[in-house]
Design a protein around this ligand. Structure first.
Ligand code: PLP
Length: 496
């Protein structure tokens, strides 16, 4: 079996695709990456006529080398046949002279659905390749959207249980309600009185804690991750970069081989890294623009080469991007440093112990060849939602608005710009109403009256699955301190 994956932090840990997907995180704390990336393996002219599902299969074959073509096809069908409300899966909309790639038409109305609709099928199939009798327990930290998308994807899975931890004060009321009302016989949801970074760090420590691993091993359970640290989360996200491009070609907006820019609202650096992988595979991308909210640690890094997380964690109106430790940057650093694990270890140790690290100027220059960056304040997000609605009759959610604002200040003539729209505006109804100045005069505490108000005012329909939340009972009300997480996992993770 070809072990095509290795750890970013050591040359000695090797895995097949199915092993890497089941493990989630490498035991040395690193992330799984391809040893030999299939650079320029895709000629765009060959694939612009494929539909979403066919394109997905073409791309997955390069990454899932121990899956049969039939297995890949089956995973794709199960994920994308009827779970999305558009046949296109990720439709491209024109807004003014620019383009918005809508990634939020899945079961939970955020872009995380694109990957988390298929990851459970990748995992099921990986279990059968590995002939594993073990049960998997997925531990997930969420800044709001991964949690619900993962719950929806894994609910009632026979071989896989899932536990989700979210920042109790750090998600929107709709996001919280979506998770707390989740039905399923294999899952658990818990708030923590910390932020996303606290949850992610705790979970990474659990994965590297040999006593805890052994304790679960005794009862035949293996821990895994549904966060974008899992390579199985990133691979599906590559597809829509190609698909957006093909829609531009097919609408005669660009010639095949013409370069475009993508602007990506960024938190854990997973989505934008998938764009980088698309470029490496051969998609003509000029710039990938990293758009940050006021937690602009990535913007500062991309400008200066200094990654400095020693700053206040801010709560913004784009909560899914409230992150200071962006895990997937490690995968980019691995590529641009020439797969230098020693350097990665130095940088990551420094970050873990001192809260910052800096890269040399050659590395920074290499990164800046492709990556641009900018950020938006909450006030700018508000203004952007308002002006785009007024001028173009298009409703942005706050995360997408961050990217839209950054696009407008970057715009250079002659290149098509595509903003990745990562969530439905209804997931953030309060902030969107506020941006449109509709919250004051129509004050009401009731979330659902507010969604209806937004629908009445804008004519954009409330997604069915959000409208239905009203009728669902709250099933999970636990809230614990960050320190209690490992105890909680041990207590509840073995099946009760
Ligand atoms: C997760 C998320 C992001 C950030 O994506 P990363 O892959 O973590 O960079 C942006 N917007 C929304 C709505 C999200 O849910």
């Amino acid at each position: 079996m070809t072990t095509i994956y290795r750890s970013t932090r050591s040359n000695h840990i090797n895995m097949t695709a199915s092993q890497a997907i089941l493990q989630g995180l490498s035991p040395d704390g690193g992330l799984f990456v391809l040893r030999n990336f299939p650079d320029h393996h895709i000629n765009v002219a060959d694939i612009v006529n494929l539909n979403y599902q066919e394109m997905a299969q073409t791309i997955f074959r390069l990454f899932l080398t121990d899956f049969s073509h039939d297995a890949i096809k089956e995973c794709v069908q199960l994920a994308y046949e009827d779970k999305f409300t558009t046949k296109d899966i990720t439709p491209l909309k024109q807004v003014g002279d620019d383009f918005v790639l809508e990634l939020f038409h899945g079961p939970t109305n955020a872009f995380k659905d694109v990957a988390l609709s298929i990851l459970p099928h990748f995992m099921d199939h990986s279990l059968s390749i590995q002939n594993e009798a073990k049960k998997i327990l997925i531990l997930t930290a969420t800044s709001g959207d991964t949690g619900k998308a993962a719950l929806e994807g894994f609910k009632d899975n026979k071989a896989i249980d899932i536990m989700v931890f979210f920042p109790n004060e750090g998600v929107s009321s709709i996001q919280k309600l979506q998770m707390q009302t989740q039905v399923g016989n294999n899952l658990r949801v818990c708030g923590i009185d910390g932020n996303f970074d606290d949850a992610q760090t705790q979970i990474k420590q659990l994965f590297n804690n040999s006593e805890i691993i052994a304790e679960f091993d005794q009862v035949n359970i293996q821990l895994s991750s549904a966060n974008s640290v899992n390579i199985g989360r990133l691979i599906p996200q590559i597809v829509y970069y190609f698909y957006a491009y093909s829609q531009l070609v097919n609408n005669q907006e660009i010639q095949v081989d013409e370069s475009v820019d993508f602007i990506v609202p960024t938190g854990n650096f997973g989505n934008i890294l998938a764009g980088f992988y698309a470029k490496k595979l051969g998609l003509p991308i000029r710039h990938l623009v990293c758009a940050s909210n006021e937690n602009k640690v990535l913007h500062d890094f991309l400008q200066t080469g200094i990654y400095d997380a020693r700053r206040d964690f801010l709560m913004t109106t784009s909560p899914s991007m409230d992150i200071l430790i962006s895990s997937n940057l490690e995968r980019l650093l691995f590529e641009v440093s020439g797969q230098d694990s020693d350097l990665i270890n130095q940088w990551m140790d420094k970050l873990a112990t001192h809260g910052y690290f800096s890269v040399d100027s050659d590395t920074l220059k290499e990164i800046q060849q492709t990556f641009r960056s900018g950020y938006a304040t909450d006030e700018e997000v508000k203004q952007t939602i308002q002006s785009v609605y007024k001028e173009h009759d298009y409703l942005l959610d706050p995360h997408t608005a961050v990217a839209y604002k950054v696009m407008k200040e970057q715009e250079e003539f002659g290149y098509k710009q595509i903003v990745l729209a990562t969530a439905s505006p209804y997931k953030f109804t309060e902030s969107v109403l506020d941006a449109l100045n509709l919250s004051e005069d129509n004050a009401t505490d009731d979330l659902f009256s507010r969604m209806s108000l937004l629908e009445r005012e804008t004519g954009v329909p409330v997604p069915d699955n959000l409208a239905e939340l009203l009728e669902l009972p709250i099933l999970f009300n636990d809230c614990i301190s960050t320190e209690e997480m490992s105890h909680y996992v041990l207590t509840h993770g073995k099946g009760d």
